[in-house]
Unconditional design. Structure first.
Length: 489
């Protein structure tokens, strides 16, 4: 089935099985009056559909589904940022009829169980981030960022402080940070990183003035590093009257060990579809809750869930809310998975997640840094960023190393991100992989480096074992072909 050469061949696999008159279904004899056919202009004689049996259709689509890499069949060094292993129990709980079948307009008195779950989850996420309040209404990381910076804006304006138009953002921040700040109407000012990969404090001090609304910082940074000067960074921003936004999308590194609120952050978001067990590779549903300290809580996105003195759960609107950011109460199924994940692991389990995630990344770092250049040679967090510069000197790019990994049975890692690392290969193994898997992955990357010397063409033309080789990913995203199409002659 693994015939090479592209889509056309796989669609032709079914056509090749076609036998005139063979059918997958048997339709009953007509027992109602026959309706006239539409006008001839709408009819075609030639409809080149394959004539196949039902099992042939099932076999065809099952074979197609198995051509893909998936988290349930292969190791994904893309990690929590794109796809970590999510325990199946979390899906099962989200599928319970009481959760899956609930209607968002069901009366509050008939939705107490669901509201209690949301209320408790708000509390858990406030606890995990060291904050005072949480809104679950935002549906993605970038969505949470936008809500968070709008809250910062509302806070300054409510105090009559209208001069704060600048948002400082380190060059190691996630790309969505400057986009969110710009959407909220701020002027983005980039803060460089120092030679260790931390925020350049002198550059930040030079910006800290009464026109600075705040700082948006990704922690750990996209270099996979914990900014060791983070306490001073927050202090500098606060001293000039600004607020600090934390991009906590990669909480996999910090769970149970460091709380953003305790480090000095005023507001942050989490990506439940990264850390907290919703599969999202391929752009599935997400949730980017916003957690904040008491001073920003009145501005949280609506709705939030509150509890009355009598113990009932009600849907509430924070007093100075930036308003609604989505329909109804957020992405409920994602929130159920996160709640289940937190409850099944407990506090000790959550702490072990970050411990193992960071240990695994550092294990890979130490096992490979003699071969792959390491621009920032220090303890990493949940991910390690190598550079393929040394392979590039031998004519093999980071992209080609990543593609060659597919031949060894591993998904490719993130490439060419972060932008501040040349030929970047960003590897995030996550907490759930065994040492055996990590060792096999290390062996593969070492073997590819060897091939870059002995047989560079082999690496340059990889992958060789997949049904399709080099895809035009931009066209695939912009003009996707989503249905079977007969071959054009
Ligand atoms: C993924 C990610 C985001 C964006 O999250 P989306 O849900 O894709 O909008 C923001 N910041 C960081 C650090 C991320 O890893």
């Amino acid at each position: 089935m693994l015939n090479k050469g592209g889509n056309r061949d796989t669609t032709q696999m079914l056509m090749a099985r076609s036998v005139p008159g063979r059918m997958g279904v048997v339709t009953p004899d007509l027992d109602v009056p026959a309706a006239p056919l539409p006008a001839a202009a709408y009819l075609r004689d030639d409809l080149p559909l394959p004539e196949v049996s039902e099992p042939e259709v099932v076999q065809y689509f099952t074979a197609l589904s198995q051509l893909n890499f998936s988290i349930d069949t292969h190791f994904y060094p893309l990690g929590s940022c794109t796809m970590k292993y999510n325990p199946k129990i979390n899906d099962e709980v989200a599928f319970l009829p009481g959760f899956a079948g609930i209607h968002p307009q069901q009366p509050v008195e008939l939705s107490q169980g669901a509201l209690e779950l949301l209320y408790r989850l708000q509390g858990f996420l406030s606890e995990i981030t060291g904050m005072d309040a949480t809104s679950l209404a935002t549906l993605a990381g970038a969505h949470g960022e936008l809500a968070g910076v709008l809250m910062m804006r509302a806070y300054h304006l409510s105090r009559g402080d209208t001069r704060r138009t600048k948002m400082a953002i380190p060059d190691s921040a996630h790309g969505t940070n400057p986009a969110s700040a710009a959407m909220a109407g701020f002027d983005v000012v980039t803060v460089p990183s120092d030679s260790d990969g931390n925020t350049d404090l002198d550059a930040l001090r030079a910006l800290a003035d009464d026109d600075l609304a705040g700082l948006m910082i990704t922690l750990p940074s996209t270099l996979g590093l914990f900014d060791t000067k983070i306490l001073e960074v927050c202090q500098v921003v606060h001293d000039c009257g600004g607020l600090v936004y934390g991009d906590g999308a990669n909480m996999n590194a910090l769970l149970g060990r460091a709380k953003l609120g305790h480090l000095g952050f005023d507001v942050c978001h989490l990506n439940l579809h990264k850390t907290f067990s919703t599969p999202h590779g391929g752009g599935g549903p997400g949730a980017g809750p916003v957690c904040c300290g008491a001073s920003l809580a009145p501005y949280l996105a609506a709705p939030i869930v509150a509890q009355t003195a009598a113990g009932d759960y009600v849907i509430a609107q924070p007093p100075d809310s930036i308003g609604k950011t989505s329909g109804f109460h957020g992405n409920f199924g994602v929130l159920v998975r996160a709640y289940t994940y937190i409850r099944t692991l407990g506090a000790a389990g959550l702490t072990s997640i970050s411990g193992n995630a960071v240990l695994n990344a550092n294990y890979l770092m130490h096992a490979l840094k003699d071969i792959y250049a390491l621009p920032y040679d220090r303890t990493c967090m949940h991910e390690v960023v190598f550079s393929a510069d040394r392979q590039h000197e031998r004519g093999v790019s980071g992209l080609q190393v990543a593609k060659r990994l597919l031949d060894y049975g591993f998904h490719a890692p993130t490439m060419y991100f972060p932008l501040i690392v040349h030929e970047a290969l960003m590897i995030e193994p996550t907490e759930s992989e065994t040492k055996d898997t990590l060792d096999a992955f290390i062996d593969a990357l070492r073997a590819i480096d060897h091939e870059a010397t002995t047989d560079p063409t082999l690496v340059q033309q990889a992958p060789h074992t997949t049904p399709v080789s080099r895809l035009d990913e931009a066209t695939a995203a912009r003009r996707p072909i989503l249905r079977w199409q007969p071959a054009a002659d």
